[in-house]
Every structure is written in structure tokens, then in C-alpha cells.
Design a protein around this ligand. Structure first.
Ligand code: NAD
Ligand code: MG
Length: 399
């Protein structure tokens, strides 16, 4: 029996995780659920799966959770605050942690799970982008397991030579030449550069293949999501930047590929449904049902591939720059993007102003040398980059 903490339970990944967990009462049990807002949704989830523990951000959220709880049912233990979230990720009551909080806000709790030697199912890519080296070292030191949940990285994990274990590698797998990440191209794949300036948050969030949270949906529209994923792959698979590549594949059926020295290319295919990688991580090394319908290749008919366009999607190029510049630049890239995307979603910044805000923040942040030595270093640089990005975004504010 696995006991699971789902951090970010009310989000897109969290809901899919709970769906898979509840299909397997014989082997999977919820230990804790966390959410940041939507306390009614959290209460409904906790009721449905009988969660012994919930984690909420503050006292008002606790009150809203209690108000949403039906009279006559015993309340779960309610833990409050960011420290409680990290403590819950490291709690002996769970052996498996789904890190599905969005953004660098999810870093401390994911890091706590890595340090505590849990099986970590990592959806939160921002944690690896900001703190890749520290993160992988923490997994190695604790002897924990790391299973990538991002569909591309899960696909690569499945296509790499298997050791039967999910350890954090310190060098590239032998015999592997390159990792190829597929990208859907997002909702604006065929749009002209000129037409992108006026796109709305609703258009940016209307992803053609995947249903996801709003932040990652905008990241897919700018293609920064793929850039974050290149950095994520660099850390997860200890792969140098020049052996990583991106190929646009609009159908989102081939989730990514591994190219070997002998010329073989292995791919993982499936429906664009995150329950497949989630079930893979929960069941590993066994395969368990995910509730996902079979892939009907004859109905799909064709699979297309094309080069990414860095002129229309400059954010992807900025991520490659940050990866080559080093860890401090990656922290700045991620922080600036979070600020710019938030401003775009709130109507304070144009879509095509996201890239200049990131570029400007990168320019101002590349002075630091060496690598961050601690989580505090990372979080400090994250806060500083956010301030820079906020000032740049205010300057470019849409009327
Ligand atoms: P979402 O916005 O749907 O959900 C985010 C969850 O995090 C919610 O439960 C929310 O309450 C919680 N949260 C938000 N801010 C928080 C904070 N400051 N502190 C604590 N909790 C907070 O996001 P999502 O689409 O589920 O994505 C979650 C993560 O998974 C992201 O890092 C994303 O990049 C990654 N991911 C998502 C998908 C997908 O299909 N949705 C695919 C691959 C990777
Ligand atoms: Mg992905």
C-alpha cells in the first residue's frame, strides 16, 4: 500500500492524480491533500477519499474549509501554512509525494520530499528549473526516487534503458545520443508574428490538445513551457544542452523520443491525458490502469513534425540562453516568466511583451557567478528577479 500526499490537489494535475488513486483502493491511499484557494473543492476531495490530513495556506482558508465541511463527519487534521506544507511532504505518514503546485511556490515542499527520501512524482517543473542541481543532489543524498510526471520527461524516462529503479542520474545514460522533446506548438502555432500582439488570455489558454492550469497554458502559447522542459530534461537526465532538441508535433501523440548511438529512436505514444504519466509514476515499476482510452492510430491518420520557430516564439530561445548561462539565469528566467504571465492573465501586459520582460530580467541577473549553494540562495535570487521583472512589466503596461 502506498500512502500519498497530493500537493496542489485542486489543480489540473491534482485532480487527475486523485482520479487515478481512487481507481486503486487496493494499492493506493491518500495521506494528505493541499490547496491554496478553492477550499470548497478541497473539502469535497478530502471527503471523497477520506484524507486524514489537509494543508491550507492560512487561518481564513482554514475557516472556509471548516465551513465547507458537512456537520456530523469528523474533520481531517488541518495543517496551516507554508512550513506545514513542507513538513507534510516529509511526513513519515506518506511514502509518495505528488508535487503538483504551480510555480516556484512549489519548490520548498518538493525539495522537502526529495530530502526526506520519498518517491517524488514531479509535475512542478519550475522547481527543477530554479534549483536543478540542488534538487538532484538532494534525491541522490536521500536515496529517494524521482519520477518525472511532465509528459515529455515521463516519455523519455520510459524510453531510456531501464535499471528498474528511479534514481537521480549523475551522468547521461550510456548509448544515448540525444533526447528529443516534442512540442504541440500551442494555440498560436500557425499565427503570424503581427497577429500575436493582440491575443487575449482566453485565446492563450485554449490549448488545442491538453486541458491544463492557466499558467502552463500561457507557457505553452509562448512556448516557454518547452524551454522550461529543456532545462528540466537537462537536470533529470544529466544531459548537456547540445544533446537536447525540440521538435514541433501538433497532434501531441508522440510524447517524446530518445535517440541512441546506433541510430535507433524510441518514442512513447499515447493520448494527451496526464493520467497516463501519473499512473506510470504511481505504479512504477508496474503498470496500472489510468482510465485513459486506447490510442486509435488509424483514426488519427497522420503524425506531423516541424522545426520550432524562434522568431515567433522568442521565449524558447531565451530558455536555451538561460540554460547555457547557468543556474542563476534559469532562476531569473522562471521568476520573470511567472511575473509576466500573471500580468498578462490580469490584462496588465500584452502577450508579445512577455518575452521582453524575461529578456530584460535575464540581462540584469547574469552578474552572479558560481552556483547557488542552498535553497535559501535560490529563493533569494527568485525574489530579486521578481522585483526586476515587476518593474519591467509595469513599464510596458498595456493601456
Ligand atoms: P493548476 O493551476 O491547475 O493547479 C495548481 C495547484 O497549486 C492548485 O491546487 C493550487 O491551489 C496550488 N497552488 C497555487 N499556488 C500555490 C501556492 N502559492 N502555494 C501552494 N499551493 C499553490 O496547475 P496545473 O496545471 O495542475 O500545474 C501544476 C504543475 O504541474 C505546474 O508546475 C505545471 O507546469 C506542471 N504540469 C502540468 C501539466 C498539466 O497538464 N496541467 C502538465 C505537465 C506539467
Ligand atoms: Mg509537458
Amino acid at each position: 500500500m502506498r500512502h500519498i500526499a497530493i500537493l496542489g490537489a485542486t489543480g489540473s494535475i491534482g485532480v487527475s492524480t486523485l482520479d487515478v488513486v481512487m481507481r486503486h483502493p487496493d494499492r493506493l491511499r491518500v495521506f494528505a491533500l493541499s490547496a491554496h484557494s478553492r477550499m470548497e473543492a478541497l473539502a469535497a476531495q478530502a471527503l471523497a477519499c477520506d484524507a486524514p490530513v489537509v494543508v491550507v495556506p492560512d487561518a481564513p482558508a482554514r475557516e472556509r474549509f471548516e465551513a465547507a465541511w458537512p456537520a456530523g463527519r469528523p474533520l481531517p487534521e488541518i495543517r496551516v501554512g507554508a512550513q506545514a506544507l513542507a513538513d507534510t511532504a516529509a511526513d513519515p505518514g506518506c511514502d509518495t509525494v505528488m508535487a503538483a503546485i504551480v510555480g516556484a511556490a512549489g519548490l520548498p515542499s518538493a525539495f522537502a520530499a526529495a530530502r526526506a527520501g520519498k518517491r517524488l512524482l514531479l509535475a512542478n517543473k519550475e522547481a527543477l528549473v530554479a534549483a536543478g542541481g540542488l534538487f538532484m543532489q538532494a534525491v541522490r543524498d536521500s536515496g529517494g526516487e524521482l519520477l518525472p510526471i511532465d509528459s515529455e520527461h515521463n516519455a523519455i524516462f520510459q524510453c531510456l534503458p531501464s535499471s528498474g529503479a528511479a534514481r537521480a542520474p549523475a551522468e547521461p545514460a550510456r548509448g544515448v545520443r540525444r533526447l528529443l522533446l516534442t512540442a504541440s506548438g500551442g494555440p498560436f502555432r500557425t499565427r503570424t508574428l503581427e497577429s500575436l500582439a493582440g491575443v487575449t488570455p482566453a485565446e492563450a489558454c485554449a490549448h488545442p490538445n491538453w486541458s491544463m492550469g492557466r499558467k502552463i497554458s500561457v507557457d505553452s502559447a509562448t512556448m516557454l513551457n518547452k524551454g522550461l522542459e529543456v532545462i528540466e530534461a537537462h537536470w533529470l537526465f544529466a544531459m548537456p544542452a547540445d544533446r537536447l532538441a525540440v521538435v514541433v508535433h501538433p497532434q501531441s501523440v508522440v510524447h517524446s523520443l530518445v535517440e541512441y548511438d546506433d541510430g535507433s529512436v524510441l518514442a512513447q505514444l499515447g493520448q494527451p491525458d496526464m493520467r497516463t504519466p501519473i499512473a506510470y509514476g504511481l505504479g512504477f515499476p508496474e503498470r496500472i490502469a489510468a482510465g485513459v482510452s486506447p490510442l486509435e492510430l488509424a483514426r488519427i491518420g497522420r503524425l506531423d513534425f516541424e522545426e520550432p520557430d524562434l522568431v515567433r516564439f522568442p521565449c524558447l530561445g531565451l530558455a536555451w540562453d538561460a540554460l547555457r548561462l547557468g543556474q542563476w539565469a534559469c532562476i531569473a528566467l522562471n521568476a520573470a516568466n511567472e511575473i509576466a504571465v500573471e500580468a498578462f492573465l490580469e490584462g496588465r501586459l500584452g502577450f508579445t511583451d512577455i518575452a521582453p520582460v524575461i529578456a530584460g530580467t535575464l540581462e540584469r541577473a547574469t552578474g552572479a557567478t558560481g552556483v547557488p549553494g542552498s535553497l535559501e540562495d535560490v529563493l533569494g535570487a527568485d525574489v530579486a528577479a521578481r522585483e526586476t521583472a515587476r518593474a519591467l512589466a509595469a513599464h510596458r503596461r498595456v493601456a
